[in-house]
Design a protein around this ligand. Structure first.
Ligand code: NAD
Length: 496
């Protein structure tokens, strides 16, 4: 028999004691072997070679602060050797029939799928992101990029019908630490499909999956020199992008470093693609399906601990539903699990480094000092590692630093608006223009905002959706050029 209504009510937990507190989970660690070697060399001309000056650096696991592996620190001589290897591989590689180049890309995609769990664990240990994300997003998306571009390799003539399409030569590629393997795939796959040769420098915080991928390149029997991987700090990247043999620069990273690179290569006649920072607006209208929108807000800013260039870090919510949305959001955030990234139940893992964790903490202090109200989800910090629980600022104004600057962490700034015009004006009031989200029931409003928002990607009633066939890139200080799709491939081609 059902209990009387009054006793049913009294058994319902208070809102602040919802599932996270009542349902403890047993640990569910991912146990696949990441097969990490104690040391990795540079990958130049198809072989692993130590740095010319013999120096190394250590990559640590940000979740435990323990060393993971030692890597060669590439210097100018190594960059030069890698660029020469790429230049000498270029004539044969670029003349290979497209279908043959495509076979190598298919092979790489399949090898990555074969070793997907191993790569997912390695990426999680090197970067701190949850295994759920590396397993379900980073590694499958990286494989999908190789598959997609394999399909293009023998169809380049269709990129620009009636015109000639040719590769550019040696491409210098520098990538950030937030999606190490995926950014590598975004860079290498289109470059190879178009017939270019590559020298790539991964971020010094997260070089592991790049050197592991070099093992796959050997296994795939990719001709020596077609892809070269040089690990090292920012200075190694600067040498690479300025190298005279590099005819195309493809950079993904911060706007600050992007500007330094633009100044350093100005006038050198190199083709450029810049994928830089962002401060995206996620706009929620009162008529939106609010439960779905709250999930989209969470995914928009807390995916990968908010270390995402296109993160929806500014929530613009229509005033009439703002209180409701914020209350619902806080309830949802209380049950997100922050902790060991190798645990399959973890939603938010570790921040990539101590420095980045301190940057985020600095922004939390700045927001409070400027008068915004900070709310953070309750959280028990693991004994070691760099963790920040989800944070939501309300009472934010457009002049606050937390509303203007890219934080690159799990920090959401909530602003409100009354009219469509105000929403557009506030969303566009940023030097960045990478992405935006719109939540509404009205198709016509979505179409209007898709044209009025100055952002490379506008998601409607969703957020953070990616596809290799869909071009991704920015406006304004978020950079130029596109990655993915036909547009991304054209950025690796000379069209005459
Ligand atoms: P970062 O700019 O500090 O470093 C990026 C890469 O550049 C690293 O490999 C670094 O070693 C190298 N580098 C540093 N100084 C250099 C120099 N002078 N010359 C050449 N290379 C140099 O960025 P990060 O902290 O690694 O990554 C976070 C940033 O990346 C954020 O701003 C984020 O928005 C951006 N990002 C953008 C996209 C996009 O597609 N638009 C994607 C991911 C990340």
């Amino acid at each position: 028999m059902a209990p009387p209504a009054s006793s049913r009510r009294s058994r319902r937990p208070a809102p602040e004691l919802l599932f996270g507190d009542l349902w403890p989970y047993d640990p569910a660690p991912e146990t696949a072997d990441p097969r990490i070697r104690a040391e990795y060399d540079l990958f130049i001309g198809g072989r692993f070679v130590p740095a010319a000056d013999g120096t190394r650096f250590t990559s640590i696991n940000p979740a435990t602060e323990r060393p993971l592996t030692e890597l060669a620190r590439g210097g100018p001589a190594d960059v030069d050797a890698a660029c020469r290897a790429a230049a000498s591989a270029f004539p044969r590689w670029s003349r290979l029939p497209g279908a043959e180049r495509g076979k190598y890309l298919f092979r790489l995609a399949r090898l990555l799928q074969d070793r997907a769990r191993e790569f997912a664990v390695a990426e999680t240990m090197d970067n701190g992101k949850p295994i759920r994300e590396t397993r379900d997003f980073d590694v499958p998306s990286a494989a999908a990029h190789f598959f997609y571009h394999a399909g293009w390799a023998d169809k380049l003539a269709y990129l620009a019908p009636g015109r000639t399409v040719a590769p550019l030569g040696v491409v210098g590629q520098v990538i950030p630490w937030n999606f190490p393997l995926l950014m590598l795939a975004w860079k290498i796959a289109p470059a190879l499909a178009a017939g270019n040769c590559v020298v790539l420098k991964p971020a010094s915080n997260t070089p592991l999956t790049a050197v592991k991928l070099a093992e796959l390149l050997q296994e795939a029997e990719l001709p020596p020199g077609v892809v070269n991987i040089v690990t090292g700090p920012g200075a190694t990247g600067a040498h690479l992008l300025a190298h005279p043999l590099v005819s195309k620069v493809a950079f993904t990273g911060s706007t600050e470093v992007g500007k330094v690179i633009l100044r350093s290569v100005a006038g050198a006649g190199k083709r450029l693609t810049m994928e830089l920072g962002g401060k995206a607006a996620n706009i929620v209208f009162a008529d939106a399906p609010l439960d779905q929108a709250v999930e989209g807000i969470v995914n928009g800013i807390f995916f990968n601990q908010g270390q995402v260039c296109c993160a929806g870090s500014r929530l613009l919510v229509q005033e009439s539903v703002a209180e409701r949305v914020v209350a619902q959001l806080r309830r949802r955030l209380r049950v997100l699990r922050v902790g060991d990234p190798l645990d399959k139940n973890t939603d938010l893992g570790a921040i990539v480094s101590r420095e980045q964790r301190d940057v985020i903490r600095g922004y939390l202090r700045a927001g409070v000092a400027e008068g915004a109200e900070l709310w953070q989800a309750p959280f028990r910090a693991p004994a070691r590692g760099f963790y920040v629980p989800p944070a939501v600022f309300t009472g934010v104004t457009q002049s606050h630093r937390i509303a203007r600057e890219e934080i690159f962490g799990p920090v959401l700034s909530v602003l409100t608006f009354r009219t469509v015009e105000e929403a557009v004006e506030k969303a566009n009031n940023t030097p960045y223009g990478l992405s935006a989200g719109v939540w509404t029931d009205k198709g016509s409003l979505i179409l209007r905002l898709a044209t009025e928002l100055r952002a490379g990607v506008v998601w409607a009633n969703t957020f953070n959706k990616f596809d290799p066939a869909s071009p991704f890139g920015g406006y304004k200080e978020s950079g130029f050029g596109r990655e993915g799709g036909r547009h991304g491939l054209l950025d690796y081609c000379a069209v005459a």
